[in-house]
Design a protein around this ligand. Structure first.
Ligand SMILES: C[S@@+](CC[C@H](N)C(=O)[O-])C[C@H]1O[C@@H](n2cnc3c(N)ncnc32)[C@H](O)[C@@H]1O
Length: 245
């Protein structure tokens, strides 16, 4: 039976597999996604930061050390939220156990909202983007990453647990629910086209500042073979947008 995002990460086996995956050398998160996010969210100093689907909140700790004035993580999985609270234990950072869809967003309270690899678990993004728009102060920024639409379109030809060697892009314009096997569980995700993400931001009132596909940079990898494999297909789509002044 497939699980929605937070339930999936609450699953004992999935949670253990995810935490151990994130400890590996040259993870796609560390080599591809995080460098782009860090580049797009500068400058950090003085920022009030909201992180949607914050997971272990490791970035929260880092952002506070880099001069952010506050960090609040919203996380729907109680297992992840517990790890996040531990990560931030001796900092001013906070975690709220709540879903991205159901949290009550305070008006004009943040300078930067980030959402790293959490939004493709959400069925209806339009109301979320509207809430993000309202929770940002004027000129505030929204930077998020999702699994790249060429990846979410179709997972045929892939055996979970093995390094993927061939990628099939299919049913690209048939958007909506996708069920996939990953980390020993079965999860429900939502496929959208690149255009969909772009238009959802515009419809919420954002000005789009940048669009990135996490092109691999050799200096971010220890292992050349991993670098070469990652050069074959984009794994992540990252968008940066601003609320007008
Ligand atoms: C791939 S993990 C990424 C965690 C973290 N953002 C990072 O990049 O390290 C996705 C996270 O989003 C959370 N998540 C997924 N759907 C969510 C929802 N609807 N509301 C809140 N959190 C959600 C999951 O529980 C999980 O912690």
């Amino acid at each position: 039976m497939e699980q929605a995002g937070p339930d999936f990460y609450n699953d004992e086996a999935v949670f253990a597999n995810y935490m151990s995956l994130r400890q590996r050398v040259d993870t796609a998160n560390d080599t591809l996604e995080k460098p782009v996010i860090m580049n797009l969210i500068q400058p950090i100093i003085g920022k009030r930061i909201l992180d949607l689907g914050c997971g272990d909140a490791a970035i929260g700790r880092e952002l506070l050390q880099s001069g952010a004035v506050s960090y609040l993580g919203v996380e729907g999985s109680h297992k992840m939220a517990a790890v996040g609270k531990q990560t931030l234990a001796d900092t001013t950072g906070e975690i709220i156990l709540q879903t991205i869809e159901n949290w009550t967003y305070p008006q004009a309270s943040f300078d930067l909202v980030i959402a790293r690899l959490s939004l493709h678990y959400i069925a209806n993004l339009a109301p979320v983007f509207t809430k993000v728009f309202h929770t940002l102060s004027p000129t505030g920024r929204f930077v998020f990453s999702v699994e790249h639409p060429v990846i979410t379109s179709c997972d045929q030809g892939w055996t979970s647990g093995t390094p993927r060697q061939d990628w099939l892009v299919d049913n690209y314009f048939t958007t909506g629910e996708r069920v996939t096997h990953w980390l020993g569980g079965t999860v429900k995700k939502y496929h959208r086209t690149v255009e969909d993400y772009f238009h959802l931001l515009q419809q919420a009132g954002f000005i789009i500042d940048d669009l990135r596909e996490a092109c691999p940079q050799r200096e971010n990898f220890y292992d050349i073979q991993t670098y070469e494999r990652r050069s074959r297909i984009p794994l992540f789509l990252i968008l940066a947008a601003s609320k007008p002044a």
